[in-house]
Ligand binder design. Sequence first.
Ligand code: DGP
Length: 121
Amino acid sequence: MAYDPENIFAKILRGEIPCDKIYEDDTALAFRDINPQAPVHLLVIPKGSYESLDDFSDNASDAEIAGFFRAVGTVAREAGAVEAGYRFLANNGPDAHQEVPHFHVHVFAGRDLGGMIKRAP
Ligand code: DGP
């Protein structure tokens, strides 16, 4: 599937729609999720046009990958989430209910986040 430049995070990167920005560097942008699932719910996205973790891990440069994951750690640290703990998660594709086709990781913190994943019924 080709990257859709009209996805909502591409528009945020281009400044066409606003976001509650908390961090930015050469490779990554982080902002608050519009529909928070925890007291701290942040999204970290690469600046490059990658639709998913699969696309990013296959096609991004080593510098982009290193820069991005350093940014995730920095964002969590600057949010004060390290001591109590946090979770980072990436949804990839339909079974994971990925809604926005621009690679992003969620960073959740600020409460006990419970078990990792619901068991199948
Ligand atoms: P995912 O299912 O992993 O693709 O999660 C997409 C997340 O993006 C979801 O938690 C809601 C968030 N989101 C969707 N549209 C916007 C938006 O316009 N602004 C912000 N800040 N977050 C958004």
